[in-house]
Design a protein around this ligand. Structure first.
Ligand code: SF4
Length: 417
């Protein structure tokens, strides 16, 4: 199999495939890949023929193919992507005012079997390769630029006026204008400070800059699509290293979130790795017996072990943890659930996101009513942490939390996208 260049760090590109070329050629190629989001060698007009021949004969620049897309009434867009072996995955672009969040997949299917999750019904098909994870970001960024530059009429659909994903409750200490939630400016990507210093010694020549698309703005990345990120740990960590590199996207770790169902060794490995990203834990119950039923991973790593892992992560990482809690009536919304949650998160530096359950097809559980949500959130005010009620986006296109699924055996979602 050919090595895909989207699976290499900039330094690996320079010291591997492009080692016999001047350094500025690496910068030129990187600019095409990560600023113009281009993978067609024919369009890379400033690259010499011998370099193009080398790449086309020995390497690959393949990206996932957009099989179809579906747009939600709230502006979220779900992309169905076909991989080179025919496997299908989904990612969801979630526009919100100046923020464009991309939710990406890390596996085809998932082995973890969470009871509320549609992806679980697929079981695990395979892990995604690094370039297939990076590729989702490139595809979505290119798509965003294309829509903004060539289809001005549809820009409106990216800016729903009425949808507010995060709805701080009265007295919540998470203000919409708090530093954590603020979007500061409009660069191609939100970069971390190290990106200000170009570490390359050979600057590209004037003609080397590709004709860039108008500014795309994927501002936030969440690894919350299909799959458990820590079950594909090596490729997820490599993806983070690539996209955070100065020579590629220089994507901000503070705007990157890895969400796990509670793989304790993965949480510890992330803390130890030094790789920076925010961590979200899909908790959904702080009572072992209930969590065992909702999330089988709890039998392997019960709440006591999970808590120790979170505390360890917090000791080493400077990022706060987010606890995600899907509200499912009759399952985890009673007084005893709040009491257990208060005990679990009591000494953890975190914020708690409550998400009303969105039933997908064949859903076992029901969505909570407005009254049930209001009653629960009233009780949740007793938690010491910041709490938010997050409205899932893209529910009408089955793009909301836990709804991503592709499996002919369970109703051929493909036909409906
Ligand atoms: S919630 Fe996440 S970990 Fe659980 S089955 Fe779904 S994709 Fe897998």
């Amino acid at each position: 199999m050919l090595t895909n260049l989207f699976s290499l760090l900039p330094v690996e590109l320079e010291q591997g495939p492009l080692q016999s070329f001047p350094k500025y050629r690496t910068q030129q190629l990187l600019a095409w890949m990560y600023k113009a989001f281009e993978n067609d060698l024919k369009k890379m007009t400033n690259l010499p023929a011998d370099l193009k021949t080398l790449i086309s004969s020995t390497y690959s620049l393949d990206l996932p193919h957009i099989e179809s897309h579906r747009k939600s009434a709230d502006g979220a867009i779900k992309y169905l992507l076909k991989l080179s072996d025919g496997a299908l995955i989904e990612c969801v672009l979630i526009p919100e005012r100046k923020k464009n969040t991309l939710c990406i997949s890390t596996q085809v299917g998932c082995a973890r079997g969470c009871g509320f999750c549609s992806t679980a019904r697929m079981k695990l098909v395979r892990n995604l390769e690094t370039h297939e994870i990076v590729g989702q970001i490139i595809i979505a960024a290119k798509e965003l630029a294309r829509v903004e530059s060539f289809q001005p009429a549809s820009v409106e659909s990216f800016q729903p006026a009425s949808v507010e994903s995060f709805q701080p409750l009265p007295n919540s200490n998470l203000s919409p204008n708090s530093k954590a939630e603020r979007t500061t400016h409009n660069p191609p990507f939100v970069v971390h400070s190290a990106a200000k210093n170009d570490t390359y010694s050979n600057q590209p020549r004037a003609e080397s800059t590709p004709n860039l698309h108008p500014t795309p703005r994927i501002t936030n990345l969440v690894f919350m699509g299909m799959g458990e990120p820590f079950d594909n740990q090596d490729n997820v960590f490599k993806t983070l290293q690539i996209i955070q590199s100065d020579g590629s996207l220089a994507f901000s770790p503070r705007r990157t979130t890895i969400s796990t169902c509670g793989i304790v060794p993965g949480i510890i490995a992330m803390a130890d790795s030094g790789i920076k990203a925010k961590l979200a834990i899909s908790l959904n119950s702080a009572i072992d017996e209930k969590r065992n039923t909702l999330m089988p991973i709890n039998k392997r790593y019960p709440l006591s072990q999970l808590k120790q892992a979170l505390l360890y992560y917090l000791r080493i990482s400077k990022f706060r943890v987010t606890v995600e809690y899907i509200l499912i009536p009759g399952i985890n919304m009673d007084a005893e659930d709040i009491k257990a949650l208060r005990k679990f998160v009591g000494d953890i530096s975190c914020k708690v996101n409550f998400i009303p359950f969105n039933p997908g097809r064949n859903a076992t559980f029901q969505a909570p009513t407005t009254e049930q949500i209001e009653s629960f959130m009233h009780k949740a005010q007793s938690l010491p942490q910041a709490v938010t009620l997050r409205k899932s986006r893209g529910a009408d296109i089955l793009g909301a939390c836990g709804q991503l699924v592709i499996n002919k055996a369970i109703g051929d979602e493909l036909c409906n996208i």
